[in-house]
Design a protein. Structure first.
Length: 193
């Protein structure tokens, strides 16, 4: 089913001094006996195998490179769904304890960055991070102006050696841009006027 989280997805939990957040990222089917760690693995987009723990931690470390050092990625949980109408079942997970390491200064409370991609069927795919460094502006970032950290994150997400997926069940293929905004829901929760 289009825009569904089956057959599997990962939920990454993280927090800042302002709030607790979770990031949901679709994947290909989870293989409990795959990988080299107890968390299993995935069949990647090239037809090989990728270790689940290694794949998830690599992406989270790339995200942490853009977060202030007061943001901590706490843990992740892998969920599977037998089909679109089935409930999501937690099957594996691990602690992370990965701290943000961005050298940027400036406002980050309630700041949202959306990393916008197209999958190989031209459907939109997003990675969203909250309480991320604004970098001093809220302009759209196009490929020619991507930072080293943004390029690294995009490369991991579209790499066919990994098993990240769109909600349409396709491989993320093209990193288009990064949009920045203040998340209005978080502004209210944080009592930012």
């Amino acid at each position: 089913m289009l825009h569904d989280l089956s057959p599997a997805f990962v939920v990454v939990n993280y927090h800042s001094p302002y709030g607790v957040h979770k990031q949901t990222i679709p994947t290909k089917a989870h293989v409990p006996t795959g990988g080299t760690h107890v968390q299993g693995g995935y069949a990647n987009w090239n037809g090989g195998d990728v270790d689940a723990d290694d794949m998830i931690k690599a992406l989270v470390n790339a995200e942490a490179d853009m977060m202030p050092n007061s943001v901590i990625f706490d843990q992740y949980t892998i969920y599977t769904k037998a089909d679109a109408s089935s409930p999501a079942l937690p099957v594996q997970g691990n602690s992370l304890a990965i701290t943000g390491s961005s050298a940027l200064s400036g406002w980050y409370a309630a700041v949202q960055h959306s990393f916008n991609f197209l999958d190989n069927s031209f459907l939109a795919v997003k990675l969203v991070l909250l309480d991320i460094q604004s970098g001093g502006d809220f302009g759209k970032v196009l490929p020619a102006a991507f930072t080293t950290e943004q390029i690294a994150l995009g490369a991991l997400f579209v790499d066919p050696e990994n098993a990240w997926s769109s909600r349409g069940g396709n491989r993320p293929n093209l990193f288009r841009n990064v949009t920045k905004t203040l998340n209005e829901k978080l502004r209210k929760e944080y009592h930012i006027t």
